[in-house]
Design a protein around this ligand. Structure first.
Ligand SMILES: NC(=O)c1ccc[n+]([C@@H]2O[C@H](COP(=O)([O-])OP(=O)(O)OC[C@H]3O[C@@H](n4cnc5c(N)ncnc54)[C@H](O)[C@@H]3O)[C@@H](O)[C@H]2O)c1
Length: 270
């Protein structure tokens, strides 16, 4: 394998939620590595402004809750670029209203549960279904964004977390069914990552609680997640499929309560 296998020259990548914090950081990195990207977002004006800053990039409208819109996105991408190499399913139902109302199951509104599954799970499945014939042709791949909340229990976000866990299983199903066609499918699981949306949705005290459990000295940045996505999308990851790559500063890697242990041993081993 050539030493530059991590580059993405000649590849076309669709990034859903490309106008968001992590999505745009990924678009920027993929472009720097030679890809041409589609920023697909419900916030299409913002996507257009951002696409104009990246060479070879275009913006397309997308509502991940709407089947026809997803199919149109893939069709328009292939009509424009004549190929599709990477589908990066990064968009999700997020925002302060969702964060405030998606709590534990006893308080769960059925409508919020359905909306979350419609966008996150159904939308991701339809995007994969639409893209797979083109990915078979290019021997391309899918990178799904999940969350470390899909791997561990929490007090909050029962709908979001379980929808992301469903996407992990979808990732494995596609990897299994399409490996024979040269198509890979992986997931990236970010931990808490500092984006404008996160700063709006989570008060400082909750961000600090997560930071205290992180093994680095800070929370992740959108660029950290972009590095994991761009690696999995590249030929450098040609032997990796059906996997979940966690990028969370080690937050989910240790036994619970490390912050308390640090405090206990403070001055000694902190
Ligand atoms: N930031 C974090 O702490 C964190 C942690 C774990 C996982 N994630 C995941 O990373 C991904 C990106 O999150 P982010 O932090 O960059 O959020 P963000 O809010 O900055 O970006 C999300 C983007 O998705 C778009 N979007 C929302 N609903 C859509 C829809 N129905 N159709 C099309 N586009 C839609 C939004 O307009 C926005 O541009 C998400 O899948 C999120 O679940 C984020």
């Amino acid at each position: 394998m050539a030493g530059d296998a991590i580059r993405l020259d000649g590849k076309v990548a669709v990034i859903t939620g490309g106008a968001g914090g992590i999505g745009f950081a990924t678009a920027r990195l993929m472009t720097a590595r030679g890809a041409r990207v589609v920023l697909a977002d419900i916030a299409v004006e913002r996507a257009r402004e951002l696409a104009a800053t990246l060479p070879g990039a275009i913006a397309l409208p997308l509502d991940l809750g709407d089947e026809a819109s997803i199919e149109q996105l893939i069709e328009s991408t292939v009509a424009h670029f004549d190929r599709l190499d990477v589908l990066h399913n990064n968009a999700a139902l997020l925002g302060p209203e969702i964060a405030q109302n998606d709590g534990d199951v006893e308080r769960m509104a059925t409508e919020l549960w359905d909306r979350t599954y419609r966008v996150n799970v159904r939308g991701t499945m339809i995007a994969c279904r639409s893209a797979l014939p083109h990915l078979r042709a290019s021997k391309g791949n899918v990178v799904n964004t999940v969350s470390n909340l899909a791997l561990q229990g929490h007090l909050i976000q029962a709908a979001y977390a379980s929808s992301k866990a469903a996407i992990i299983q979808l990732t494995r199903s596609i990897a299994a069914s399409h490996g024979v066609y040269g198509v890979r499918c992986n997931a990236v699981a970010p931990g808490m990552t500092v984006t404008p949306a996160l700063l709006e949705a989570f008060p400082p005290a909750l961000r600090k609680a997560v930071e205290d459990e992180t093994l680095r000295d800070q929370l992740g940045a959108p660029e950290d997640i972009a590095e994991a996505v761009a690696f999995l999308a590249s030929d450098a990851a040609r032997n990796i499929t059906g996997q979940v790559l966690v990028s969370d500063g080690g937050c989910a890697s240790h036994v619970p309560g490390i912050a308390g242990f640090r405090a206990f041993f403070s001055g000694d081993q902190a």
